[in-house]
Design a protein. Structure first.
Lengths: 270, 422
């Protein structure tokens, strides 16, 4: 697989998901069932194609494609739409369809916007059995929590100007309760790996600190909502705010002054 | 994770004043904000005040004693409104927010001498050693101790997974705090053929380790080199690197060009601007390449060689102003082949990143080498760490993992369609 082939695959998947999103909009607006089936089928087809693309990339690079920001976006989109389809089926809801397709297409679109050359090298510090579990658990957590943010914003949009009900909170909170344990596992795996690699299980590296801030954000959410006086709108806004901090951990940290002293900043993409 | 208190209070809230009631965010903000604010004011005035735990064994007493005492007090006084409130959700939320606030400078700016002047003027040049950070951390730990004790006492639904998770969190925090006072770190520099050494550098002070190490050989394996095309622009260079490696008879595409390797020297030294085969460790490869444009037109031919210990770099100037060069081979793996002498017994050990050496109660990590020489480096730099709190930290981490797995299982069981009304 070459870089141009990869970009071609991503462009095709983005197109399929964009069409699936349009079909889903039609279905949600009361269109015939064929549109709903097209939307679901398009989402699944994109997931299958993306999984095959990642597998081909893994074979081409001869290393797990988890090193650069662009590579992590591929996994994020895969988990996002894959888990979104699974939850959609299990919960018998279409509330996740548009958020997952929109975010999945957006994150793959970022790879198209800022393509990076394929790089087969892997620095020695990443040659560890912890590399794959640590990063994939984190990306799965990001995906579930991204869906929670999407569900929260969707609820706020649909109920704009109207009072929110407790059932509007059910899906976003369920996703937070699924994503936070994954986030915690990622944090713990990182600590165990860091001890084996560097000798410090927690070094207050800027990336680690942002990860802790994001974790604290979601811990605040699940505790706040247990208060009888907690208002649904405030809780949904908290969920969105916590995801913003999580995006800071993923992206913003690479741009801050502290990035110069971090061992976690992603390889600079030409 | 479940809350520190059930969604519906089981006992009526006593009335009377701002404090003598079941606390909401108002009281928690006043408490947490007041304590942290006072600590911050003291920090800003004192400037260089740095909080540190006493040396062992008192570090464990300070890190664990107050919180164990709170838990016992909660057990003995189950109806104490104060302890109930201190272990409640509002204090949990506000203390976590305070902890995040005082840790956030580390996430954004550099610390120490390179911290922004305004941050230093607030006494936060070293945010993690400050009094407000310590106060916020203590409040979080106090809250954990109290809510866990309460949950153990009342055996409310989900109390086992709650207790396991929160005990794990408290254990990690306490052991981490205690560990800061007992952690020993030292730098060990070994040179090939210099014999056994037990000397280490602990921040400029010499330290004699209980283990002797000798470096027999430093090994560096690299990926093959890649070609790169560079174009100068105002303020720097734009560099495009090839996706495939250079090698004998390779054909590589980069930046619209095709490179065909005509001649390959696996190890080369550059003498008078020309590469010569040189089979010494650290001598990087050289490649004579023919460059053709996208339309098939020949653009030139010449030698490429990355900068190394054995000669200057060789590059090819292209007619369009770009330069074709060889990127320095990136390290794939580096290792120190050691002999370890401990208690009169000698053994070999190959020390690699992610596979540290455990000896004499210390753990040795491969950190770096003389990067100017690359594979020719005869120096290896290790870090020696003695962390007596580590076993307790690991217990805490595994309790957290067990508790969080239970919570994930519980949450996954709730992934089902909403119940329909009959």
């Amino acid at each position: 697989m070459t870089g141009s082939v990869l970009l071609g695959m991503l462009a095709a998947i983005v197109a399929v998901w964009a069409l699936a999103a349009l079909a889903s909009v039609r279905a949600l607006a009361g269109g015939p069932p064929i549109y709903d089936r097209l939307g679901r089928g398009g989402a699944l087809a994109g997931v299958a194609a993306l999984a095959a693309t990642i597998a081909a990339l893994w074979l081409t690079l001869d290393r797990p494609p988890l090193r650069t920001l662009g590579e992590t976006r591929l996994w994020y989109a895969l988990w996002l739409v894959g888990l979104g389809c699974l939850l959609e089926w299990r919960l018998r809801t279409r509330a996740l369809r548009l958020p997952m397709l929109a975010m999945g297409a957006l994150f793959l679109g970022l790879d198209l916007w800022s393509p990076a050359a394929l790089d087969r090298t892997l620095m020695p510090a990443l040659a560890s059995p912890w590399f794959v579990p640590h990063v994939t658990v984190y990306l799965a957590a990001y995906a579930v929590l991204g869906l929670s943010c999407g569900a929260a914003l969707t609820a706020l949009w649909r109920r704009r100007g109207q009072p929110l009900r407790d059932e509007d909170l059910r899906l976003p909170l369920l996703l937070v309760h699924l994503g936070l344990p994954l986030l915690t596992c990622g944090l713990c795996f990182g600590a165990l790996w860091a001890k084996e690699a560097w000798g410090h299980w927690w070094a207050w590296d800027p990336k680690e600190t942002w990860a802790l801030l994001a974790w604290i954000g979601y811990v605040v959410v699940i505790h706040h909502v247990r208060r009888p006086a907690a208002r649904p709108r405030g809780t949904l806004l908290l969920i969105a705010g916590a995801f913003a901090v999580l995006l800071g951990c993923w992206y913003l940290v690479n741009l801050l002054p502290s990035a110069q002293v971090s061992v976690h900043t992603y390889a600079v993409e030409p | 994770m479940t809350s520190a208190e059930p969604a519906a209070a089981s006992e009526p809230a006593p009335a009377g004043g701002f404090w003598l009631t079941r606390w909401s965010y108002a009281q928690a903000t006043a408490l947490v904000g007041g304590l942290c604010g006072a600590a911050w004011a003291a920090q800003a005035v004192a400037g260089t005040l740095a909080v540190a735990l006493p040396p062992p064994p008192w570090n464990w007493t300070v890190a664990c004693g107050p919180f164990l005492a709170l838990a016992v007090a909660r057990w003995l006084r189950p109806r104490s409104l104060l302890l109930d409130n201190l272990g409640g959700i509002p204090v949990a939320v506000l203390s976590l927010v305070a902890l995040a606030l005082f840790a956030s400078p580390v996430a954004i700016w550099k610390e120490g001498p390179e911290a922004p002047a305004w941050l230093a003027s607030l006494g936060l040049a070293h945010p993690l050693s400050t009094l407000p950070f310590a106060v916020a951390l203590a409040l979080v730990m106090a809250n954990l101790a109290l809510c866990t004790a309460r949950r153990l006492q009342r055996r409310e639904p989900g109390w086992i997974r709650f207790a396991v998770l929160h005990t794990g969190l408290l254990t990690v925090l306490a052991a981490g705090a205690a560990g800061t006072a007992s952690l020993e770190r030292a730098r060990v520099v070994l040179t090939e053929g210099a014999g056994f050494s037990a000397l280490a550098d602990r921040g400029g002070r010499p330290l004699a380790l209980p283990v002797e190490l000798a470096l027999d050989d430093f090994v560096l394996e690299s990926f093959p080199p890649r070609a790169a095309v560079a174009r100068m622009r105002p303020g720097g260079w734009d560099v495009v690197t090839a996706e495939t490696f250079l090698g004998p008879d390779a054909r590589v595409a980069v930046a619209g060009l095709t490179l065909a390797v005509r001649e390959w020297l696996p190890g080369a030294a550059v003498i008078d601007g020309r590469p010569t085969a040189f089979a010494e460790t650290g001598a990087g490869p050289a490649a004579r390449v023919a460059v053709t444009a996208a339309d098939g037109g020949a653009l030139g031919e010449g030698w490429l060689h990355a900068p190394s210990a054995y000669g200057e770099p060789l590059f090819l100037a292209l007619p369009d102003g770009r330069a074709l060069m060889m990127e320095a081979p990136r390290p794939r793996r580096f290792a120190s082949r050691l002999r370890v002498r401990e208690g009169g017994v000698e053994r070999p050990y190959e020390l690699v990143v992610n596979r540290p050496l455990h000896a004499g109660g210390w753990v040795f990590y491969q950190t770096s080498y003389d990067e100017r020489l690359g594979a020719a480096s005869r120096t290896s730099v290790l870090e020696a760490v003695e962390d007596r709190s580590l076993p307790v930290v690991y217990v805490g981490i595994f309790l957290v993992l067990a508790g969080i797995a239970a919570h994930l299982w519980h949450a996954a069981a709730a992934v089902r369609p909403p119940e329909r009304a009959p």
